[in-house]
Design a protein around this ligand. Sequence first.
Ligand code: ZN
Length: 318
Amino acid sequence: MQRIIHRRLRQFFLATAVCLFMPVLAAQPLPVVASFSILADMVREVGGPHVEVTSLVGPNTDAHVFDPTPADAKRIASARLVFVNGLGFEGWLDRLVKASGYRGPIVMASKGVKTPLQLKDTHPHTGATKGHGAHHAHGVADPHAWQNLANAERYVETIRIALAAALPAHSAVFEQRAADYSKRIRALDQATKAQIAAVAVERRRVITSHDAFGYFAAAYGVTFYPLQGLATSNEPSAAEVVRIVDQIKKNKVSAIFTENISDPRVLERIAKDSGAKVGGRLYVDALTEPGTAADTYLKMFELNVATIVQGMLGNASQ
Ligand code: ZN
């Protein structure tokens, strides 16, 4: 008898609970658009089940030369919030937004980040990217701010504020999720600094395809020699290839890295001509497909650090 009453009571409470939570379960998540996969991942982390995030530029795709389609205009038109990186990264965005008729908020996630130039003032030994600013494609800004984990924390805060404004009823959830995510970001930042500190300063030299690591260089004290400018649209000329081969030999850089968004062939040839080896692939402006090694921002960052450290350990001390 006792057991039956208990069961009845339990059924009653379960039924009540289902009724109470039905409206919440039935509430549709907020349709949100992010311009590229890394940012989409950050918005998902903060928004959790309350947002439905679509990335315009997909995995392994180059946002610098993205060519939006009418389907992208439709995605924006049906969104309630649009997140972009800013700093000249999405040159195609204004026209797309105009074409879509979208009139909602456009949130610039990089708001308030420090540029490498500002960081350099306090880190005088990391002048690695000096000079590249003179011939890049987007004016003075370097858009790749997510390559410094401290900046990602700023992104998370900007995302949290925007989501809380759009869905005030869930602001406590966003606050908790943003705090948890920021904690993981900070932990990886500490781990990154420790891993790089273990490599002698004279060995911290890396060759990459395009100039995506200015923020990384300034934050973590690594020298990058990019073949291209801040965008990916300019392939190096034959003369530039010769110059870079000479530079590799002179600087005794043993490993050069390809990217998931760029054609690896030029770098592979340079590796062959200079006697350096291809030290692996770096994930720069896009995540990889869901279910693969770099399908979240933090996994991408961690993987890049491991690859870069491994490559630098092969460099001779100058
Ligand atoms: Zn880039």
